[in-house]
Design a protein around this ligand. Structure first.
Ligand code: DX5
Ligand code: ZN
Length: 219
């Protein structure tokens, strides 16, 4: 049994053939990563509730929903009802992470905190045992296909140390710029859940792309 997971990000899929692209994963992944953007917290728009609801009808994959939106508390319920399994909000978008975590739990979902690369990582450390998932952003949120940011490995390591020091089981996720070159260093730094958009869906065979990424960690 492997101790890590790859979550393909549908942001890089062909939205005209979304279910075809998801089906092309052929059981190589357990989670789909779904990026929700509001054109406000991030300067881009992506997809919304109807898309999440629609694909929920056609796949059993778990949904790792990443809210890149202001006022996340207003939208947690609709994304839970649309079929999310994990819901991550941005630490920078709330004054009360505890309340959001409780609300997400009350809706029956796992709670995640996503951290912007410009946020000092120390700010997140007190929260690592208060939720199921910490998502360290390794690019500036808002766009796929960017390069893995310098300094990310150190940030991942600090979160890993904090999780381990507390004896927590929190999943350490990384999002952005994960590819065959960056996945192993990120694993070695302590990440265990890898969001990958471009490295999966820009490839002819997304299932092979996931297996290629897996092989980089396992070898
Ligand atoms: C960026 C998104 C990412 C994106 C990652 O704001 O949060 O999930 O899909 O894309 P890649 O893997 O292409 O960097
Ligand atoms: Zn994301």
């Amino acid at each position: 049994m492997s101790d890590f997971e790859i979550a393909p990000s549908i942001l890089s899929a062909d939205f005209g053939y979304l279910m075809r692209d998801i089906d092309n994963l052929k059981g190589t992944a357990k989670h789909l990563h779904i990026d929700i953007m509001d054109g406000h917290y991030v300067s881009n728009l992506s997809m919304g509730i109807p898309v999440v609801k629609s694909i929920r009808k056609h796949t059993d994959l778990k949904f790792d929903t990443h809210l890149m939106i202001t006022n996340p508390e207003k939208y947690i319920k609709v994304f839970a009802e649309a079929g999310s399994d994990n819901i991550s909000f941005h630490y920078e978008c709330t004054d009360d992470p505890r309340l959001l975590i409780d609300q997400i739990h009350d809706l029956g979902c796992n709670a995640g905190i996503a951290v912007h690369p410009d946020t000092p990582i120390e700010e997140i450390l007190p929260w690592v045992d208060k939720c199921e998932l910490i998502m360290v952003m390794t690019v500036h949120p808002g766009f796929g296909e960017q390069g893995f940011l310098n300094g990310s490995l150190e940030r991942i390591s600090k979160v890993r140390e904090a999780i381990d020091a507390k004896g927590a089981k929190t999943i350490l996720s990384v999002d952005g710029g994960i590819n065959v070159s960056t996945i192993k260093p990120a694993y070695d730094a302590g990440a265990r859940f890898f969001v990958a958009g471009n490295a999966v869906f820009s490839k002819e065979d997304p299932a092979k792309a996931v297996m290629d990424l897996r092989a980089c960690v396992s070898q």
